[in-house]
Design a protein around this ligand. Structure first.
Ligand code: CA
Length: 221
């Protein structure tokens, strides 16, 4: 899962980024509204955490431009302004959720999970395909009820595939969701993680779509 974080407060931004990285998100962090606008225009993200009070361009204007382009990216706004007017303006401009500063990092993570789940069309918090179950709240994966140990990248790849159960994901899409700016993806990394996941979850669990990418194999019950 790749997240754009737009926050100009260095201490807060650093804390949020560290917390999201611990939860295995790939995080791109920008510190002003113009950079946020360009990043959202030029990259594919799974979600955006957007401060409203940003230098160079206000968060609301960034959000409005995003929605005017028809982009339905889940956006959670952060606001120091504890007035209902700001929250209403944010929601009316296309935000999916908001948090008022100061907030608890665990709550930010829970709200992001909820946004990503809904964006994937799943109302249920637990993702399931065949006999594999992934619980994003505690990052637990089970196969036929037994826990499966996955590395952070394997987990992230599996999470991405389960969030898009009826889609073929291209290698580029999967790489984008695994790596933030400045993180070097090796040439075969997605293949390597798919190989590991097949070994742990079953050879047919992930299907190769030749020349394009991967999708979940078999039928979901
Ligand atoms: Ca700010």
């Amino acid at each position: 899962m790749r997240v754009l974080l737009a926050e100009d407060d260095a201490l807060l931004g650093d804390g949020i980024r560290a917390g999201l990285k611990l939860a295995d998100y790939a995080v791109d962090w920008v510190r002003d509204g113009e950079m946020a606008h360009l990043a959202l225009r030029d990259n594919v993200y799974d979600a955006c955490v957007l401060d409203l009070g940003l230098p160079r361009r206000d968060g609301l204007s960034v959000l409005k431009a995003l929605r005017e382009r028809g982009n339905a990216l889940p956006v959670l706004i952060l606001t120091a302004r504890d007035t209902s007017t700001d929250k209403i303006a944010g929601l009316d401009s296309g935000a999916d959720d908001y948090l008022t500063k100061p907030f608890d990092l665990a709550e930010l993570q829970a709200r992001l999970r909820a946004l990503l789940r809904r964006a994937g069309g799943a109302a249920h918090p637990v993702l399931r395909h065949g006999e594999v179950v992934l619980d994003p709240a505690d990052k637990r994966v089970t196969l036929r009820g037994r826990p499966v140990q996955l590395s952070a990248r394997e987990y992230a790849l599996l999470h991405d595939l389960l969030l898009h159960p009826r889609q073929t994901r291209s290698r580029a899409q999967l790489e984008e969701s695994l790596y933030a700016w400045g993180e070097e993806a090796g040439s075969n990394t997605v293949e390597v993680y798919v190989h590991h996941l097949r070994r742990k979850l079953g050879a047919d669990f992930i299907r190769t779509v030749r020349g394009f990418g991967y999708c979940l194999g078999g039928e979901s019950p």
